[in-house]
Write a protein that binds this ligand. Structure first.
Ligand SMILES: [Zn+2]
Length: 323
């Protein structure tokens, strides 16, 4: 079986959309840009795991970046790497950190020495233990199985120096993953998950993965109106985009594009999940007749009272085709 490579987390799309929609300059841009940079670093770290995927044993099923709801408290919990083996489940907490990483398990902290300064972080071992706790309950509730659930911490930055207690063997560089899996599969040899059960667990996992669209406007204390401005040319920054002969043209820099409305609707759908007034779309698309606006948004929205609700699936489908 081909093991899955990692998809970009939706929060990166959301923050990119936010930066495209926010006026420039705007007091929140710097903070959002910094957060986007950090999410991209985390994602790049997890992507390095793609290199290990071909070496994962064939009888394992791999899931990346899963967001599941815990039967314990109804809250979501997030697993970077989840591997199901017939005899055990494996949870990997992936950290893409540089520097010298000292795991102080006794005090539940991770200390990082980088460029002469010492910083303390919440211990990833505790994080992964919590995920294992919730996933055990999840497996019991949805599949009625109780395999050993192992939780390890994988450091994806190959230049990081790991200092971990000698008696704790669940912290290592991500490149060690195939070897560790081989090792634990020799320890746990009793089959707990049958072939049929494995199939149904995989199906349930896929359907339960609630990749979460966060409310980024709320997070940055922004009003909807701040991101519902007129079309802005991404090349020259002017709001001089006209609709000419079924395409969009910036009259300042002559840039042309046929998909601007699809990209704009996608950006809005990533940021606002509630219905919007027709007038809002008329305003965004500028001085084109109202019936033209409706023609543009109709395939991607549905009527909701006297407003229009954007249809995420239709927009994503059209967006994929423009790439
Ligand atoms: Zn332009």
């Amino acid at each position: 079986m081909k093991q899955p490579s990692l998809q970009q987390p939706i929060i990166i799309d959301q923050l990119q959309a936010l930066l495209r929609r926010l006026p420039n300059p705007h007091p929140k841009r710097e903070e959002i840009t910094e957060h986007l940079r950090r999410f991209k670093i985390g994602h790049a770290g997890e992507q390095t795991l793609d290199l290990q995927m071909p070496m994962i044993p064939e009888n394992c099923k791999v899931f990346r970046n899963m967001t599941l709801r815990s039967p314990a408290n109804g809250e979501t919990f997030q697993i970077d790497l989840l591997i199901l083996h017939p005899c055990f489940a494996f949870i990997g907490e992936v950290k893409n950190m540089a520097g010298t990483l000292t795991f102080d398990l006794k005090h539940g902290q991770l200390l990082r020495m980088l460029d002469g300064s010492l910083q303390s972080f919440a211990c990833p071992v505790n994080q992964s233990s919590r995920q294992a706790f919730h996933f055990r309950l999840w497996l019991k509730k949805y599949a009625d199985v109780n395999p050993p659930v192992l939780n390890h911490v994988l450091i994806s930055n190959y230049q990081a120096i790991i200092e971990a207690p000698a008696d704790h063997d669940g912290i290592y560089h991500a490149a060690n993953l195939p070897r560790e899996l081989m090792h634990v599969s020799k320890i746990y040899t009793r089959r707990v998950i049958t072939k049929e059960k494995m199939k149904s667990i995989c199906e349930t996992l896929k359907n339960s993965n609630a990749e979460h669209r966060s409310n980024v406007l709320k997070k940055y204390h922004l009003a909807e109106t701040e991101i519902l401005g007129k079309l802005t040319c991404q090349h020259c920054g002017n709001q001089t985009i006209m609709r000419i002969k079924r395409s969009w043209k910036c009259t300042s820099c002559d840039w042309r594009d046929v998909n601007t409305h699809i990209h704009t609707l996608r950006d809005i759908s990533l940021l606002i999940q509630t219905p919007l007034h027709r007038k809002t779309f008329d305003f965004i698309f500028g001085n084109i007749p109202a019936r033209s606006t409706l023609r543009l948004i109709a395939p991607f929205s549905t009527r909701s009272g006297n407003k229009r609700l954007l249809l995420i699936d239709k927009i994503e489908e059209a967006y994929e085709k423009t790439l």
